[in-house]
Write a protein that binds this ligand. Structure first.
Ligand SMILES: *Cc1c(COP(=O)(O)O)cnc(C)c1O
Length: 730
């Protein structure tokens, strides 16, 4: 990757530039932009921004799209003008050093992984807003997972799909109804290169089905030290409908889904084989990719001449399966005919009957009516399985106990590894500078360890409060900008646009709520009693404002009505300017929200939130969580590091649970959150609140970091699966 090999010497303009020709400057910038490493290094990201701040924003923070608007000469000229040359050289050198370094956690703690990488399968990867291959929480989790694997030096290869239309852009009509717009992304503007075989030709995956062949091209993407392979069905020899297969995330019907899952699972294993990669462990992140196990079994049988049973046991020994949803409808199920059509040719080579194959996807193999469930396949063909929080572990063991009829519920072999977030991706720069001043040197190398975060108790309360307030102001300027844009697009009156330029009272308590609008997340819960919440937000001495963002799945009508209900509150004078809906939630909107809110509200219907991660991003930036004791919060809350809604119980009737939870939310707001926020000491600081911010950072930041999470996966999953010493997941 070293492009310095051939020295260009076009003696161009004066100064710094004289030493390096424009071609070389351009190539260095492109090399940096081509590895997503840049996106979690603020100083590199700001380098791109400083090339052209306006275009940077307009282009969704996409450095390749930005650079392609320049010629080498015009870029070098701009770099000269803005004195960027030494920053370009520094960033380039740091990337090279990062890629070459082997003083990593894995080098000392997970040596057994050695040259046999972990193959990590996920249907979506949320790495950055400029790369549209994610829809929500699952994708962002996978993105954070591979960023931490890179940081920790864990040899890992990712497998996913390339969606050239990505997920939709959300707009709300004048009456608050969501519409979806799909944008075709230009691959030339993305950091993707064709994956090539040893002979140098672009690699194409070819899959046989009973109804014809299916092809996919393969893109390669670098995320720090990790490589990701993405399958793309938009290939000439495919039938027109198959060319569309991977165009959208979670679009289409059952048939689209099984074909996408055939691509990622079976196609994914074929890629690894063609690239000469023999994984030490397979990690299936959710059931979408579970067909991978069957193809890995076939390869093992054909390469080593072992029986189906032996190969199946070997592959299971090296496979980890992570389940993510406690909602029964959230697990993919396919009828027998679709399975036979798509897996038939593979089944022939495995030498097993249709019923035998179906039995791997059935809880009750004797039930010929039972559809084929991808989660069941994942659980049956992996030796290690986990849920994504402690509570979700309990729920999953109960949910799947029929698979192990002779075991007690607590002996069902599904453990848990609680999700975490990639600190450097979600931490605001101002906050990082504060940590840099007070934390031990090189603290970012030890983010998953509790010790470093204790230093937050030495930080002066005034300094912490000031930093937080600066971030809150930045959030509100972002919100105002977005509101004006979305209102102008709807041709709203100048009067209401003027109002939007004034929203955001810096003295008010700012509550944020941003996530998918799945109905179980109950986004509208705080509006259950409109008079009560109107009184809360309109208290002249203790004002409150609430920010909302989130997309509903295109087919989720009830979710869309929740959005409409909230968005339309702007027409109610009690809430105008105080309850604000920001359109088009994505990684960028999420980052602004979680870096600037005082309180992050989360009120799912327990126990349906398997983990949740957005609240973990808030911790790092000094916000406090106000949440139902569900998912990660059930194991995180200790009485003084945030706020709990309810007592961690739910009624069998949803109606009653909802009523109770809403009342409890109001009560906690009125008696705990609001009084504590507005109680000021002689210095004008909310001392008790700031203490809670420090408790939150010191007790939670390390535990809910993806560095801790990936170290857990390595110790309890990857190392034992690759033949190292095992440790328990429970
Ligand atoms: C972090 C994140 C999520 C996950 O949020 P939850 O509150 O855990 O559902 C979803 N979408 C985006 C864009 C995110 O950044």
């Amino acid at each position: 990757m070293n492009i310095l090999g051939h020295e260009h010497n076009r003696n161009g303009a004066s100064g710094e530039l004289a030493a390096e020709g424009p071609e070389l400057v351009y190539q260095k910038c492109m090399a940096i932009a081509s590895n997503l490493w840049w996106c979690w290094h603020p100083e590199v990201l700001h380098l791109f921004r400083d090339i052209d701040p306006v275009r940077w924003r307009e282009l969704d923070h996409n450095p390749i799209a930005l650079l392609r608007e320049f010629t080498p000469e015009s870029l070098a000229y701009r770099a000269n003008e803005r004195v960027l040359h030494s920053r370009i050289n520094y960033a380039y050198r740091r990337l090279q050093e990062y890629l070459a370094s082997n003083s990593t956690w894995a080098h000392t703690h997970a040596g057994v992984l050695g040259s046999k990488p972990v193959a990590y399968f996920s249907a979506e990867f949320g790495l950055h807003e400029s790369l549209p291959i994610y829809s929500g929480g699952l994708g962002v989790l996978s993105g954070d997972h591979i960023k931490s694997a890179s940081g920790l030096g864990i040899p890992l290869v990712g497998i996913g799909l390339f969606y050239n239309h990505g997920y939709f852009k959300q707009r709300l009509s004048a009456d608050g109804y969501q519409s979806e717009e799909y944008i075709e992304h230009n691959v030339e503007n993305l950091p993707l290169t064709p994956a090539r075989t040893a002979s140098g030709s672009p690699f194409v995956v070819r899959l046989e089905t009973r109804s014809g062949e299916l092809f996919a091209k393969v893109w390669k993407l670098s995320v720090g030290r990790v490589t990701l392979f993405l399958l793309d069905s938009n290939f000439e020899t495919n039938r027109p409908e198959d060319r569309e297969l991977t165009s959208r995330l979670y679009g289409g019907d059952e048939r689209t889904r099984i074909r996408q899952e055939l691509l990622i699972g079976v196609g994914g294993i074929r890629i690894l084989h063609a690239m000469g990669i023999s994984p030490g462990a397979y990690h299936l992140n959710e059931g979408h990719s579970a067909f991978a196990t069957l193809e890995a079994v076939r390869l093992r049988m054909e390469d080593d001449g072992v029986s189906f049973e032996d190969a199946q046991r070997d592959i299971a020994d090296s496979t980890l399966f992570t389940t993510h949803t406690p909602v029964p409808a959230g697990h993919d199920r396919f009828p027998a005919d679709l399975i036979e059509e798509h897996l038939g040719p593979l089944r022939d080579r495995l030498g097993i009957s249709h019923e035998h194959l179906m039995s791997f996807g059935r809880v009750n193999p004797g039930d010929h009516q039972e559809p084929f469930c991808m989660t069941v396949l994942g659980l049956k063909l992996s030796r290690r399985a986990n849920a994504v929080s402690q509570l979700h572990g309990h729920i999953s063991r109960r949910m799947w106990r029929a698979l192990w009829p002779n075991r007690e519920e607590n002996a069902i072999p599904i453990g848990h590894i609680t999700n975490g977030v990639h600190v450097q991706s979600w931490l605001a720069e101002q906050m990082r500078q504060l940590y840099d001043r007070h934390f031990p040197a090189h603290w970012t190398n030890h983010m998953g360890e509790p010790g470093v975060w204790q230093s937050i108790h030495q930080v002066d309360p005034g300094e912490l409060w000031e930093t937080h307030n600066a971030l809150k102001n930045m959030l509100w300027s972002f919100v105002r900008r977005r509101l004006v844009r979305q209102m102008s697009q709807r041709n709203e009156s100048q009067e209401s646009i003027d109002l939007a330029t004034r929203v955001g009272n810096p003295a008010a308590l700012t509550i944020g709520f941003g996530r998918r609008f799945a109905t179980y997340k109950r986004a509208n819960m705080i509006f259950r009693d409109l008079d009560r919440i109107a009184t809360i937000v309109n208290d002249p001495t203790r004002p409150v404002q609430i920010l909302f963002a989130g997309k509903a799945h295109p087919k989720d009508e009830p979710g869309k009505r929740f959005i409409q209900e909230i968005a339309n509150l702007r027409g109610d004078s009690r809430f105008a300017g105080k309850v604000v809906f920001v359109e088009d939630y994505d990684i960028n909107v999420c980052r602004h929200l979680i870096q600037g809110v005082d309180v992050w509200l989360n009120n799912p219907r327990r126990p349906l939130e398997a983990s949740g991660t957005s609240g973990q991003k808030v911790i790092l930036n000094g916000g406090l969580n106000l949440s139902i004791l569900d998912g990660w919060w059930a194991e995180a809350f200790n009485g003084s590091n945030g706020f709990a809604i309810g007592k961690g119980t739910s009624h069998v009737e949803d109606r009653i649970t909802d009523e109770r939870d809403a009342n409890n939310l109001y009560e906690v707001l009125e008696t705990q959150v609001i009084p504590m926020f507005f109680e000021r000491d002689e210095d004008g600081l909310p001392a008790a609140w700031i203490q809670r911010m420090r408790n939150s950072i010191s007790t939670l930041a390390w535990r809910f970091s993806s560095h801790r999470m990936v170290m857990d996966y390595a110790r309890m999953g990857y190392v034992p699966a690759s033949g190292g010493v095992s440790s328990s997941m429970d």
